[in-house]
Design a binder for this molecule. Structure first.
Ligand code: ADE
Ligand code: ZN
Length: 347
């Protein structure tokens, strides 16, 4: 493929129009302030902010925990199956508009079951949106259940038990929430059980936590993909391992800047990850909180990093399909579409 014929001015348009997958999106992180207010009104839930703008103004985070505190509070307005449907449907419509062909969507059941919302309410609402997205929008999507790592492994086992009657509605499990002080080994047994059950395995690691957590997520949890993973660059042997074993990283640039993992996008290391041969992807993490959905992440990152050009755009989109958990034949179809899209750019 000849990428040299593509001028830099065309990049924004190409980034938006190219087919792509999103592999790191917390559905609760797609809950826009307007929807928080609408659901709070519908469900008679008082909010500590008088207006949508006041709520948005509170989104000034200094680290992961300061974000999580607001994010869990926002999720408190979700009460009914229709609320979960509305949240996921809004995301899927946005994904369609951004040329996302496939999304692997995280959800945090413990955030809701701890508030007395039945697991069935959560998964039935999300699953209804996923099915409708496939039928009406032509967007493929699947769900990944995340265990909250600030809670105990026992609580994760209990959540797994609650989830098993709905086993056909999610494809895998992940690990999210406060990373520091909650290392992967805390969840080794529950991940081993999930592996026996044939679930796909991912884990947040190396976002705020040290590079060693990435090794442990691979060795002790048998994670197939690492969410974030940007701190791998502190350990050259780990970089070599990720590249050799083709372990994908789901990187979230705007999130990293909002949570002060990097001071700004110009200092982001996604270009270095790609140059090191790592299968990095771009994702939005919690788009309603971090200032942009998937295309905004691509646009802002490419605008800030001159080393990223058309070839990197292609590689990132290709990696996103390659790193997904769909059948190889389906991946091949999307990659063919991507190849045709880029071939068209030089005609
Ligand atoms: N839950 C939602 N977003 C998260 C993030 N960036 N890291 C850990 N847990 C999360
Ligand atoms: Zn995340």
């Amino acid at each position: 493929m000849n990428f040299a014929c593509i001028p830099r001015e065309s990049l924004p348009d190409i980034l938006c129009r190219m087919p792509k997958a999103e592999l790191h999106i917390h559905i609760e992180g797609s809950l826009e302030p307007e929807l928080i207010f609408a659901l709070a009104t519908r469900n008679n839930i008082p909010l500590p902010y008088p207006t949508v703008d006041d709520l948005r103004a509170a989104y000034a985070f200094t680290d992961l925990q300061s974000f999580l505190d607001i994010y869990y509070a926002g999720a408190g307005v979700l009460q009914t199956e229709d609320d979960f449907f509305a949240m996921a449907w809004a995301y899927l419509k946005r994904a369609k508009a951004e040329n996302v062909r496939h999304a692997e969507i995280f959800f945090d059941p413990q955030t809701h079951t701890e508030r007395g919302i039945p697991f069935a309410t959560v998964i039935n609402g999300l699953d209804r949106a996923v099915r409708r997205g496939r039928e009406e929008l032509g967007v493929s999507a699947s769900l990944i259940l995340c265990f909250l790592r600030h809670l105990s492994e026992e609580a994760a086992f209990a959540t797994l038990e609650e989830a098993l009657p709905f086993r056909d509605r999610f494809i895998g499990v992940g690990l999210d929430s406060s990373e520091r002080g909650n290392p992967p080994e805390k969840f080794a047994r529950v991940f081993a059980r999930c592996r026996e059950l044939g679930l796909r395995l991912v884990a947040h690691a190396g976002e705020e936590g040290p590079a060693g957590y990435i090794h442990h997520a691979l060795d002790l949890l048998k994670a197939e993909r690492i969410d974030h993973g940007v701190r791998c660059l502190e350990d050259p042997q780990l970089v070599a391992r990720l590249a050799e074993q083709r372990i994908p990283l789901t990187v979230c640039p705007l999130s990293n800047v909002k949570l002060c993992v990097f001071p700004d996008l110009a200092g982001h290391t996604i270009g270095r990850l790609l140059a090191a041969g790592i299968a990095a992807t771009i994702n939005s993490d919690d788009p309603a909180y971090f200032g942009g959905y998937l295309n905004e992440n691509y646009l802002a990152t490419f605008a800030a990093l001159p080393e990223l050009g058309a070839h990197e755009a292609y590689r990132l989109a290709r990696n996103s399909f390659q790193a997904s958990f769909v059948d190889e034949s389906v991946k091949a179809g999307w990659i063919r579409e991507l190849d045709e899209f880029f071939a068209q750019q030089c005609i």
